[in-house]
Ligand binder design. Sequence first.
Ligand SMILES: *Cc1c(COP(=O)(O)O)cnc(C)c1O
Length: 376
Amino acid sequence: MLLLIPGPVQTRPEVRAAMAVDIAPWDRDFFPEYIAIREKLRDIAGGVAGQHACLPLQGAGHFITEAAIRTFIPAQDRPGAGKLLIPMNGAYAERMARLAREAGRAIVALPCTDKRSIAPAEIGAALAADPAISHVGIVYSETGSGIVNDVPAIGAVAREHGRRMIVDAVSAFGALPFDLKAQPEVDAVVFTSNKCIEGLPGLGFAICPIGRVEASRGNAQSWSFDLADVFDTAQRTSWGSFRFTPPVQALHAFGIALDIFLVEGGQPVRLARYRENARILHEGGQALGLKPYLDREQQGPVIVLFHQPDHPAFELQRFVDALKRRGVLISNFHNTAEPTFRVGCIGHVGPDEIRFALGAMRGALEELGVRLREAA
Ligand SMILES: *Cc1c(COP(=O)(O)O)cnc(C)c1O
């Protein structure tokens, strides 16, 4: 089966095979492997040894995002309370807002649409209007619609206004460029094991400036979600040790995926592959008569959405089932206000797989009896 969803993504056989072992996470033979993963991730993020730390957490992307919010933004009713500005351009921005709200953190929702990236000037105006905003929370690649926010430019604006930033790079890390040492305003860049690094699900990571982590002790109001405690535990019991039981097989497999990523040429090579996937899909879908959700210039490399055909015979679950019979699995839900369907461009897939998927889409539409006018 070809998985074209934005995580968990299609993985290589050797990455999946690495799961088939028993490992004790506290075994001293495993420590160096785990330490190496942390250091490689820090380096990929543009972090510097001794200045930045890679802080892992068990679980899904939402968990590491919540941990970053709790750790770096003191709650509303606490001394030094922070306030998080979030440009609302998609489903994951909505989720970040909910995570913050439910953790008792103050937020300012900056209106936008999920069809375009936020302009750095809009962020600048919002920051100028409210000096109480301590942080900008930004989704780098908005997986709900496919747009990409300009994190380096938005970071520059935050820096200019003396504010901090939390970056949800869950569907961006490893594909879109990111350089922590050039973005000192960033408190945390967060991501997971199962997206652009092409590992299996189970782990989240935050890369953070050590000084900021040390200054954030006691903020989290949660033991499980406290990145300062993750840091302190590593200091106390070694960087090879984990707080609580990790999904150790997923971690081991992630190390293999990470080495493949590095040998391949890292971020620029991965971005080029995903970009080509997205281009073929965006153009090929139009050739089938489908209408992309985003204009070409807003289309990011991670996921391509199409409007559901306005045809009585189209029904999303039936389309997904017909595609699955042809060997291609896509999401059976959408995160947009308008009815769309989404096709992932990330994972261990290249142009051949995307062309195969386009053929399957043509077949599935025919099977459903959905006749589309061929695009000009
Ligand atoms: C996948 C994703 C997440 C996290 O999703 P989980 O299901 O919690 O792993 C967060 N943000 C973005 C932008 C994502 O693409």
